[in-house]
Write a protein that binds this ligand. Structure first.
Ligand SMILES: [Zn+2]
Length: 345
């Protein structure tokens, strides 16, 4: 669906540039403009300016510039239509849409379809955890043993994937999702079926089976991938399994917990960096909400820049074992190279 022109105009008029950008960086008034350290590149003194009168921003360091919509596209990694929707939601504007041709729809919608099916999967796994007998007897006790409250389980949208080979895929197909989208979202694995004479026949099975699920959110709270921990003592399988790279999930750009942590990081002006999903969740529940993990990869420059949008201060809390110390030292070097301040605990 395409957003009609009058709606776009209403969004433009409502999305005050200082208000929009103020959600991401703290702006300080100097003269006619507002200034901040640029959220797009690492820096220690502010060269990012916002002109409320003109409705635009410009960074004199890296050259990024534009209006409120451009800012949301760049900082949230969204397309034009998605950025408009994001702002419409923020300002409570109802979207009026016009119908697109099939071709336009297809091109625009693949990314959005992935986000929709990933959200569906998140709800499905959550429902398993709370409503399904297997989730209640296997998944839920695992979280309870870790000391997670129901509130915490809900905040992080934790769930459970059933033991069967294709319980999720079958249910998703029944609900109208295509195998193609399920596979592109990394939720379903397709294998050629050697049992039949038809060389094109494929067998579909669930990527996540008999595991507790940890949805991975982007900065704006959309589910873009999953991490999943096995509950059976089965040495032949990886303890943690992650979604593969997809159109919406690029491991190296993502930090686990950033959506739940971003406001606390900005207000506390420091970000704690830990190793695992459960470390993030335990600290959050203990009231330390400004915490993220670089799960699935060792720390990357993109992840450091993502933190740099919210604070210039990182405290690394890694395991005291040799591998943990080595990883933290590498991480510290990179953080310093990006111009941020780092402490190690
Ligand atoms: Zn910049």
């Amino acid at each position: 669906m395409r957003i009609d022109q009058p709606t776009i105009e209403r969004i433009r008029q409502s999305a005050d540039i200082a208000d929009v950008i103020g959600d991401y960086v703290s702006l300080k008034k100097k003269g006619a403009n507002l200034w901040a350290c640029c959220p797009f590149h690492g820096e220690k003194s502010p060269s990012f300016s916002v002109s409320p009168a003109k409705g635009i921003y410009k960074c004199f360091g890296c050259g990024k510039a534009g209006d409120s919509i451009r800012f949301i596209m760049d900082i949230e990694g969204l397309g034009y239509g998605e950025a408009l929707r994001h702002l419409a939601k923020k300002y409570g504007i109802e979207i009026q849409e016009t119908v697109l041709t099939d071709e336009q729809l297809q091109a625009q919608n693949e990314r959005e379809s992935l986000l929709i099916v990933l959200n569906y999967a998140k709800n499905y796994y959550q429902n398993n955890l709370f409503k399904h007998e297997e989730g209640q007897s296997i998944g839920y006790p695992y979280f309870k043993e870790r000391g997670f409250s129901d509130k915490t389980i809900n905040t992080f949208e934790l769930g459970y994937s059933l033991e069967g080979w294709d319980a999720f895929t079958k249910e998703a197909l029944k609900n109208g999702y295509s195998l193609d989208i399920l596979a592109k979202a990394g939720l379903t694995i397709l294998k050629e079926n050697e049992q039949t004479a038809n060389p094109n026949a494929q067998k579909a099975f669930d990527r996540f089976r008999n595991r507790v699920t940890f949805p991975i959110h982007n900065v704006s709270g959309k589910v873009i991938a999953f991490g999943a921990r096995i509950l059976k003592a089965d040495k032949s399988q990886a303890k943690y399994l992650n979604s593969p790279e997809t159109e919406v999930y690029h491991k190296s750009n993502v930090l686990y917990g950033i959506f739940q942590a971003k406001n606390a990081i900005r207000t506390k002006d420091v970000c704690y960096l830990v190793e695992g999903y459960t470390d993030v969740i335990s600290l959050h529940q203990a009231g330390i909400e400004n915490v993220v993990a670089s799960s699935g990869t060792s720390l990357t420059v993109e992840q450091i820049r993502l933190i740099g949008r919210f604070t210039q201060n990182i405290t690394v809390l890694y395991d005291g074992d040799t591998a943990g110390i080595k990883a933290s030292l590498r991480g510290m070097d990179m953080i310093l190279e990006e111009g941020l301040n780092v402490k190690l605990f």
